[in-house]
Design a protein around this ligand. Structure first.
Ligand SMILES: NC(=O)c1ccc[n+]([C@@H]2O[C@H](COP(=O)([O-])OP(=O)(O)OC[C@H]3O[C@@H](n4cnc5c(N)ncnc54)[C@H](O)[C@@H]3O)[C@@H](O)[C@H]2O)c1
Length: 273
């Protein structure tokens, strides 16, 4: 169809677990914009999640892969090339998990073997993914690789715990690999720093519901919903953003540049009186 900004493009979307997942919306919008995609998630997530349904809905092959395994990544991209019929134009990393957060551990009393697992799943997997893509020459010239992150990489949000360091690492991998991919074949690498979003990963953070409301009031445009994040991701996969690379891009309704919001002060005044 004319006017589809991803017409003829091939991509791999990780991290769609259920219809709330940000990756779920990105997958739907990529296909609506004319792309052919494969979907992937950890084998365990395929058992508990609803990815198969999304695959059927979008006519997309589902390829199980643990993002911490180089072998699984190699298999994922080889199969994706076969199924899609050529090199990849875009790849989404939408993966995060922390056992310390999930089990409610205080930041001052974390289990460090779990922390290493968190970094491996939530950040090092991005490097692994890109290393396999780079060495296997899987990406088309002028392709686009995208990761999802959160502003806790720059500012302190106590309940986000070790995921803050994971995101700092993830964003740094985007910049460093962005250089290598840029000079190799003009592939760009960016991260979107997204508003708090009601997903399985989001709701796992202590006090998330209250914080969601706070961030909404702090942002002049309100929290950016997952659907809008998907539109932004599609633009970054398209040819309309070919010279954007090595950036951490805030998609947060303005939250990141706010200092104080009168809307929150009004709330305090109301509860004081
Ligand atoms: N929800 C938010 O508030 C928010 C805000 C900013 C950024 N993000 C980021 O967005 C991304 C997607 O999260 P979401 O909010 O859509 O939640 P989600 O729970 O729907 O997605 C997280 C995904 O990571 C997958 N995953 C976990 N371990 C894996 C492994 N070993 N191999 C492969 N996949 C694995 C899960 O199965 C799941 O599909 C994450 O990077 C998250 O940190 C989320």
């Amino acid at each position: 169809m004319q006017g589809q900004i991803l017409a003829g493009k091939r991509g791999v979307i990780s991290g769609a677990l259920d219809p709330d997942s940000i990756a779920w919306k990105i997958a739907e919008q990529c296909v609506a914009q004319g792309a052919k995609i494969t979907l992937t998630n950890a084998p365990v997530a395929l058992r508990f999640g609803q990815l198969k349904e999304l695959g059927e809905q979008l006519n997309a092959e589902v390829i199980p892969a643990d993002a911490t395994s180089l072998e699984d990544m190699e298999n994922l991209f080889t199969k994706s090339q076969e199924v899609l019929g050529g090199k990849l134009d875009f790849v989404l990393h939408s993966i995060g998990m922390s056992l310390n957060v999930r089990k409610g551990k205080e930041y001052t009393n974390l289990k460090h073997d779990w922390m290493q697992k968190t970094f491996d799943i939530s950040a090092i997997s991005f490097h692994k993914m890109m290393q396999v893509l780079y060495n296997g020459d899987y990406m088309s010239d002028w392709g686009s690789i995208l990761g999802l992150t959160y502003i806790a990489a720059q500012r302190t949000f106590p309940d986000y715990s070790e995921m803050a360091e994971s995101k700092a690492l993830l964003e740094s991998f985007a910049r460093s690999f962005g250089y290598h991919f840029g000079v190799k074949n003009h592939v760009r690498v960016n991260t979107i720093s997204q508003s708090p979003t009601m997903t399985t990963a989001g709701k796992g953070v202590k006090g998330f519901t209250e914080f969601f409301g706070y961030a909404d009031k702090m942002s002049p445009l309100g929290n950016a919903p997952a659907d809008a994040c998907a539109q932004y991701a599609v633009s970054l996969f398209s040819d309309l953003t070919r010279y954007v690379t090595m950036q951490n891009l805030y998609h947060d309704g303005g939250f990141s540049n706010m200092g104080m919001s009168p809307a929150l002060l009004e709330d305090n005044d109301a509860s004081d009186s």
